[in-house]
Ligand binder design. Structure first.
Ligand code: SAH
Length: 224
């Protein structure tokens, strides 16, 4: 898979992809993440990429030309399955959406800033609009990072234990059961006996039951 992220603050993303699972995923060749600076596609020598909104009002708007040039440069090199704009008025990100996106080959993610991008960018180039939740961030970089992370950890081979992603919350519409590690007794707080028993089937049953209980009490909406 290849993910191209278009941003006007590309440095914000550098460290995010340079550590832990996301770093290993790139080094292992499971994903290629390429970050593009909108300013490199500016049409004037001052490298301007934003301007005042037509009709007035507070806040700058990212201009259509630099973004169009960047997206066209990419799509002339390879075909993309989705060109995603991260935006609070997009479809809300859910695990199911992430699962579907993880099956694709090439994705572009466009990060807005200030008041957002000129509507014509969205009309002409964007195939999918995604929100990471009902709140407003100052830029799309964190949202692109959140979406990329959720996708990349699903790519086969990225997580050490192949089954690990399947037992996470929201797969099967259930929240994950509680997990424990050593020591078995911390200041009198003991790990549930069953987990030390070695009975794989019973442990599976217990975990499923805990998942159900947790989902019922915290997110009953998932069970409907
Ligand atoms: N004026 C816009 C918000 C702009 S926030 C509005 O009211 O809808 C600036 C940028 O941050 C957006 O262009 C978008 O790329 C990003 N952003 C902010 N909140 C986001 C969210 N919840 N999900 C995804 N992207 C978001």
């Amino acid at each position: 898979m290849r993910i191209d992220i278009i941003s006007c603050v590309p440095n914000l993303l550098d460290s995010f992809f340079a550590h832990s699972i996301l770093k290993r995923a790139q080094q292992g060749g499971f994903v290629e993440v390429v970050i593009h600076d909108i300013r490199d596609y500016a049409v004037n020598k001052h490298r301007t990429i934003d301007d005042y909104a037509f009709g007035g009002g507070a806040g700058m708007v990212l201009q259509v030309e630099p973004i169009a040039r960047c997206i066209r440069a990419l799509t002339s090199e390879r075909s993309y399955d989705e060109v995603i704009y991260l935006t609070p008025d997009g479809e809300q990100m859910q695990q199911k959406m992430v699962n579907q996106l993880s099956l694709l080959g090439n994705i572009i993610m466009l990060c807005g800033h200030y008041k957002g991008v000129d509507q014509r960018v969205r009309d002409m180039f964007i195939t999918k609009e995604v929100s990471i939740g009902d709140y407003v961030l100052s830029g799309g970089e964190l949202a692109a990072a959140v979406l990329s992370d959720a996708i990349i950890r699903l790519l086969p081979g990225v997580l050490n234990d192949e089954t690990s992603a399947l037992t996470d919350s929201f797969q099967d519409n259930l929240l994950a059961p509680p997990v424990y590690t050593r020591p078995a007794d911390f200041e009198g707080n003991k790990v549930p006996e069953i987990l030390l028993s070695g009975h794989e089937a019973k442990i599976e049953d217990w975990r499923h039951e805990q998942s159900l209980l947790r989902t019922k009490s915290r997110r009953p909406d998932l069970l409907q």
